[in-house]
Design a protein around this ligand. Structure first.
Ligand code: NDP
Length: 326
């Protein structure tokens, strides 16, 4: 609504409302109406997701709180038959593909409106497409992320992947349709370098952990034999298992340096939009909240899982995201 009716300004609608120039109902009246067809589709999707019987009773988590169950999901790996896996499909297909397609259509719209595509739009398209391509290129790595390994499939994942991601991760492109920012060469180069550096840190950090775990430590990290902390934990069936936490490479710099790289890339997308409005900065603000919360959530889980061994790890690598700061 802010973009469509107020050229992406967040303050103008608030001021208009505060001074009584418009009422919420006026803004609402100009938004696309809900159609019967859309309502039917949405209702059947939600119903389908909320009542589908679990395919594997052992993988279910019932908390007794209906809203929590609905939000965070009951079943761990819901599937239809052998081939259709809900988590893989929703996490890895419609939303993430739409991200790139929507960005490309914003570039096309800019060209249609102004006769050219700005360097800021090119940067946003390239940097975000690298992130999406990386996802597909490293799809097997993705199977080891928290979304797949620990989260159950509910509204949080389903709605997040299909609605939140394609609508809100593309806000920079949408903003640039209304504000065709042309960056100076140093500004554009700065954004490009920050974006590429962030991507490099994100990719290498994720790769180091994946390689270390895959080869059981028989690999080289930054040219040397990796150092690690031996851990043990007990699974729900009472079995004792061994694992190892890497303390070499970027995993020795901070406990979630992959998130730091991701945040640097996120900042670069936003900086490509200049400093005219707050709205395109939504992405980095949101990612900072998401990844900080995720980091705390993950560490809570790891502390419960590894106990004393996790304390030895946090003593060896004391910072979470940024050495010396957090
Ligand atoms: P990680 O890939 O960091 O996985 C965390 C898990 O790794 C922990 O639960 C633990 O699992 C294991 N681990 C922790 N420390 C170590 C260590 N030192 N050595 C070896 N294993 C360790 O987290 P995510 O799955 O959240 O993130 C993956 C990537 O996806 C990140 O780069 C993140 O930025 C990105 N991401 C992007 C999002 C977006 O919307 N753009 C959303 C979410 C994530 P175990 O129990 O196996 O020990």
């Amino acid at each position: 609504m802010a973009c469509d009716q107020y050229s992406c300004s967040l303050t103008a609608p608030v001021l208009d409302l505060a001074t009584g120039r418009v009422h919420l109902a006026d803004i609402w009246a100009k938004t696309p109406p809900l159609t019967t067809r859309a309502a039917q589709l949405y209702a059947s999707w939600v119903t389908f997701q909320g009542y589908l019987f679990p395919t594997s009773a052992k993988d279910c988590k019932f908390t007794g709180n209906f809203f929590y169950n609905y939000m965070m999901g009951i079943e761990f790996n819901p599937r239809i038959g052998k081939w259709f896996d809900f988590k893989l499909f929703f996490n890895g297909r419609p939303g993430i593909v739409a991200w790139t397609l929507i960005n490309l259509s914003f570039a096309a719209k800019q060209r249609e409106l102004y006769g050219h595509v700005t360097n800021s739009m090119v940067l946003v398209n390239i940097l975000q497409a690298i992130y999406v391509l990386d996802f597909f290129w490293n799809e097997t790595w993705y199977l080891k992320t928290i979304d797949i390994c620990h989260d159950h499939f509910g509204w949080y994942l389903g709605w997040g992947d299909c609605v939140w991601l394609p609508y809100l991760y593309t806000l920079q492109g949408l903003y640039l349709v209304y504000h065709p920012v042309q960056l100076s060469t140093p500004h554009a180069l700065g954004v490009l370098l920050l974006g590429l550096l962030g991507y490099y840190i994100f990719r290498v950090t994720n790769h180091q952990k994946d390689l270390f775990r895959r080869t059981d430590g028989r690999c080289l990290i930054w040219g040397g034999k990796p150092r690690s902390i031996e851990c043990s934990y007990t699974s729900a069936d009472g079995q004792r298992h061994r694992s190892r936490l890497l303390v070499s490479g970027f995993w020795g710099v901070a406990r979630h340096f992959n998130y730091t790289g991701d945040l640097m890339g996120s900042l670069a997308y936003c900086l490509a939009c200049g400093g005219g409005h707050l709205l395109p900065y939504f992405y980095v603000i949101y990612m900072a909240i998401l990844l900080t919360h995720r980091c705390l959530r993950d560490e809570h889980r790891c502390a419960n899982k590894y106990g004393r061994d996790w304390e030895r790890y946090t003593a060896a690598v004391p910072y979470r995201l940024l050495p010396g700061v957090f």
